[in-house]
Design a protein around this ligand. Structure first.
Ligand SMILES: C[S@@+](CC[C@H](N)C(=O)[O-])C[C@H]1O[C@@H](n2cnc3c(N)ncnc32)[C@H](O)[C@@H]1O
Length: 200
């Protein structure tokens, strides 16, 4: 009987290893992470409900950390689609490269600001979705503005940027950058999170 080859979304290190690596990095870079544990399944589900999985062919995730959202994206992603994850923390990049095997996944060591250069280098068209849980409220304003503007430019028509945050500070920048912004809230997360769905 022919066995259908399927990408392996998770192999190797288990959940305990993910939590431990995330917590250690929180103590090293608290402002870059914002929480001592990764996003809850409730937050991940609420964020990903907004994705049209039948249509999406290019998704970019900023700050995947230990891959909590990444794994759930891969579980839902169309077989012909590509997921690009961009992460500044080398420990996390290394962990993702060691623990996630999926031909649809491209792990990039770098900053979200360079999204367009990364898409060009991979020969990909504009993104359908950009997903971000970056610490926008603690980064310098110029950096936040550059990332938001670059994300808007990298989205194709009908594209959306889906964001979760632990502070409302970014909301005015979002409303200045995007045509339409909807907001939402997920209480079952540490800490409770605001969500913003930003349309190009
Ligand atoms: C709140 S954690 C989110 C982790 C994971 N997405 C989750 O939901 O559990 C923020 C992540 O963004 C990363 N990060 C911070 N600034 C970044 C930037 N400019 N570009 C890409 N990643 C960044 C941090 O290293 C960290 O992994």
């Amino acid at each position: 009987m022919a066995v259908q080859e399927r990408p392996v979304a998770l192999a190797g290190p288990d959940r305990r290893a993910q939590l431990s690596l995330f917590a250690r990095n929180f103590f090293k870079h608290p402002r870059m992470l914002g929480s001592i544990i990764p996003s809850s399944p409730f937050l991940v589900r609420r964020l990903l409900e907004r994705v049209d999985w039948g249509r999406a062919r290019v998704i970019v995730e900023y700050g995947p950390g230990v891959g909590t959202i990444t794994r759930e994206i891969l579980n839902r992603l169309h077989p012909n689609a590509t997921l690009v994850v961009i992460e500044t923390n080398d420990d996390f990049v290394d962990f993702l490269n060691r623990s996630l095997y999926d031909p649809r996944l491209k792990v990039i060591a770098g900053s979200a600001e360079d999204i367009q250069a990364q898409l060009n280098q991979l020969g990909l068209p504009p993104a359908d979705y950009v997903l971000a849980g970056l610490p926008f409220s603690t980064m310098p304003a110029e950096c936040r503005e550059r990332i938001l503007a670059a994300s808007r430019e990298a989205l194709g028509s009908g594209g959306a940027m889906l964001i979760y945050q632990f502070s409302p500070k970014v909301s005015s920048d979002l409303r200045q950058t995007f045509t339409r912004v909807e907001s939402d809230f997920e209480p079952i997360n540490v800490p409770p999170a605001r969500l913003y769905y930003c349309h190009k």
